[in-house]
Design a binder for this molecule. Structure first.
Ligand code: GLN
Ligand code: ZN
Length: 753
């Protein structure tokens, strides 16, 4: 019998109960006992739901109060010294202090760092390890949750993050050292955890090793074999090593050499790996075939996936085959049944976590009627008029390189653009989104404000912001983005081809959830989206006001995208829609237009071999969106959140006249990059961190600017914060910008042109 299995279920609950309980606990309104009870209730409910769907293997320890990587730090006792953790077992206070920092009660510690989990929009807590790091089992959560499942009648698969993925994703502190040198100290703790699971009666343990599907060195591959050889010696439990998000490819031999009972592979992202895998499949081993997409919201074409399952079964044997989602379902919304407002046609094409598990069961049980129904849905999706727009497809097909080129070189077009003093000052776009701005939007939504009243409110915000910027003496102004809830949602709501859910939440980090738009069809822009506000702002001032748009790659990256055409094609369609908006802004008298691409860097594929291809189409999309303007229109772009030195050269090909880049938090890294590589156009490396309410002094900003003059020409340098100011308060914003303008003046007086 083929086994229907799952790798992980989203813990938050249909009504986001976990968010409410956790935040309530932080604010003192929910007791520790209540928080624990909510956790237990959600686990029970989700186990039962999975059993009712008909799954044979159900995960445990996939639940987390904050993050599984943080849970792993707790499990192996990797608690940075600043938390003063001395007890035998992890406690809630230390756990949440690691997650969010803690202030008060005589304590003042910063949080651990957070970063994106592979190429998802989920952020994990980054373990901090030092030379000679010691480990010990400091959390009994895996065995406790196994027992809990058992009491509910389920022999669950306990999910752990594997020792190598844990080490490879950690950051090292203090003097540099080889992180793999910590493996020998770490493995005995994993051994202890496995022992505790065996004592609780466990049979299978799933060890997540997504790092095994990425580019690895020989030393890392050897460490994989060494680690699992040791663990296999230490335990009689059956181990399922789970890889996902990419194919094993050049790590296949390593994966097959691990002396474990099972291997999970992602056959959605990397179906091509199946042939090589089957050709070398070790007799008797269990293959867990990830054939249902855990990264997207589309209903599968089960008849097509059935062929993969059949092929796998023919080699490994039906009784050695598990059918599963490609990865944990953490990255999909919970339950499509909760969506009451989506129209039935679109809804018929979708599957969220619950529905995906139903698909897994249909495949494992060879449920032919279910398969036929899914293929009918796939067929209707392929031919639907709601998806296919011939005009959009024709336009995209006729794009040529000329449409993506500005026509003149930067140096030649720059004199035609806005005239500005040296060290021009500007901001990244948004100004504080205070409670009254959010309240106005809510009132509009609840029909307590008419559209006219709301528009008047926004106009008043814009007028105030323009006036304040003039008073500050900023050179290039912005309207403040008060009309926007979110930089992707705002555009998605106005574009054709996008849909929005009511409950399609996915975890971004901790108790933060996002509801990404769903791009389901050909994208077009029926009417102008931002011109009204930019024009209004420009009418209030002589100084240039920047038009402010989100770029095609970022819109793509922060949405659930179509799986029926390449991402590059969808990006091109979005680029054409943004291009129309750019041209309309120009026609309305806007002389400076910024197209934000904060997600360009994070869209990089996991495997280096695929980087060039991605960067090519991503930059092409940006160029297509922006190159329709005259020489006199100045194009800006903005990027943040990430490491740029990898992509500096690529940014040049975007050919924006000006780029603003986050810089303050990453120290001097960007400057080092710019030292080695001469960026040709103008650039504003952020002069202060907007993630904190702290007000930087004029002297600090001046010194940041001076360090830039070492690697950039004076005439290239712009003066701006790291990112938008939307999460800040007005008071600190005004104080910081005042100092920023003063620093720019000081630089000008210092002899810069
Ligand atoms: N223009 C946007 C803002 O200022 C940019 C946000 C971002 O880079 N994430 O809010
Ligand atoms: Zn930013």
């Amino acid at each position: 019998m083929t086994i229907a299995s799952n790798l992980g279920f989203p813990p938050m609950g249909a009504a986001r109960e976990l968010k409410r309980a956790t935040e309530g606990y932080w604010s003192g309104k929910v007791s520790r006992a209540q928080l624990l009870a909510t956790g237990a209730e959600l686990r029970r409910r989700h186990w039962q739901l999975q059993r009712d769907i008909g799954l044979d293997r159900i995960p445990a320890n996939d639940f987390s109060f904050y993050d599984r990587m943080l849970d792993t730090c707790a499990m192996v006792g990797a608690v940075p010294p600043r938390y003063g953790f001395k007890s035998e077992w992890m406690d809630a206070e230390t756990y949440f202090a690691m997650a969010r920092g803690s202030q008060g009660k005589g304590r003042d510690v910063t949080a651990m760092e957070m970063t994106k989990w592979f190429d998802t929009n989920y952020h994990y807590i980054v373990p901090e390890l030092e030379r000679g790091q010691r480990f010990r089992m400091a959390s009994a959560k895996p065995a406790n949750e196994y027992r809990e499942a058992k009491a509910a009648g389920i022999d669950a698969t306990t999910v752990l993050i594997g020792p190598l993925t844990f080490l490879l994703l950690a950051k090292t502190r203090g003097t540099a050292f080889d992180r793999l040198s910590l493996l020998d100290a770490l493995l005995p703790v994993y051994g202890d955890v496995l022992e505790s699971l065996a004592a609780a009666g466990a049979t299978w343990v799933q060890i997540d090793e997504p790092c095994l599907a990425l580019d690895r060195t020989e030393a890392e591959r050897a460490a994989y074999v060494r680690a699992y050889t040791q663990l296999a010696k230490r335990t009689k439990l059956k181990l399922m090593v789970a890889t996902y998000f990419a194919g094993l490819n050049d790590n296949l031999a390593t994966a097959l050499a691990l002396p474990v009972e099972g291997l999970h592979v992602d056959l959605v992202r990397a179906p091509q790996q199946l042939d090589a895998l089957l050709a070398q499949w070790p007799k008797g081993r269990v293959l867990s075939a990830g054939v249902i997409d855990g990264r997207n919201v589309w209903r599968a074409d089960l008849e097509r996936q059935r062929m993969l399952v059949q092929r796998a079964a023919a080699t490994v044997g039906r009784d050695r085959l598990w059918v599963a989602p490609s990865c944990s379902l953490l990255h999909t919304p919970l339950d499509l049944d909760l969506e009451t407002k989506l129209d039935p046609e679109l809804k018929g094409w979708l599957a969220f976590a619950k529905q995906k598990l139903q698909e897994v069961v249909a495949l494992a049980t060879d449920d032919r009627p279910a398969m036929a129904a899914s293929s009918r849905a796939a067929q209707s999706r392929r031919t639907s008029k709601r998806i296919n727009n011939a005009a959009v497809q024709r336009r995209a097909a006729s794009v040529t390189e000329k449409d993506r080129a500005r026509g003149t070189r930067f140096a030649d077009r720059r004199p035609a653009q806005v005239e500005l003093p040296a060290y021009p000052t500007t901001t990244i776009g948004s100004f504080p989104q205070t409670a009254d701005v959010r309240a106005a939007r809510r009132k509009l939504h609840d029909a307590q404000l008419t559209a006219e009243q709301y528009d008047q409110f926004i106009e008043a915000q814009i007028a105030k912001t323009v006036r304040l910027q003039e008073e500050l003496g900023l050179d290039v102004l912005v309207h403040g983005e008060f009309e926007r809830n979110d930089m992707v949602e705002y555009f998605g709501e106005q574009l054709v081809g996008f849909a929005f859910t009511e409950h399609g939440w996915v975890q971004s980090y901790g108790t933060r959830y996002v509801k990404p738009p769903i791009i389901f069809g050909d994208v077009s822009r029926p009417t102008a989206m931002t011109v009204r506000w930019s024009k209004y702002a420009q009418s209030l001032t002589q100084r240039p006001v920047k038009g402010m748009l989100t770029g095609p790659v970022t819109i793509l990256q922060w949405s659930f995208v179509r799986d029926d055409q390449p991402r590059a094609e969808t990006a091109k369609q979005i680029a054409l829609a943004i291009r129309d908006e750019v041209i309309d802004l120009e026609a309305a008298g806007i002389r400076v237009i910024q197209i934000d691409e904060p997600a360009l860097r994070e869209g990089l594929p996991l495997r280096r071999a695929e980087w060039n291809d991605y960067l090519h189409w991503a930059v092409d999309a940006f160029r297509l969106a922006t190159a329709g303007v005259r020489d006199a229109t100045q194009i800006h772009t903005h990027m943040c959140y990430s490491e740029f030195n990898d992509v500096l050269r690529v940014i040049e090909r975007m050919d924006a006249d000006v780029i603003s880049i986050e810089n303050a938090r990453s120290g001097s890294e960007l400057l080092q990059g710019l030292e080695q590589y001469k960026y040709p156009n103008e650039i504003g490396p952020g002069v202060y961190d907007i993630h904190s309410p702290r007000v930087p002094s004029t002297a600090e900003i001046t010194s940041a600017l001076k360090s830039m003059t070492r690697v950039l020409e004076d005439a290239q340098i712009w003066v701006n914060p790291d990112c938008g100011l939307k999460t800040r308060g007005w008071e600190e914003t005004m104080a910081a910008l005042k100092n920023m303008v003063a620093a720019a003046k000081a630089m000008r007086e210092n002899g810069a042109r």
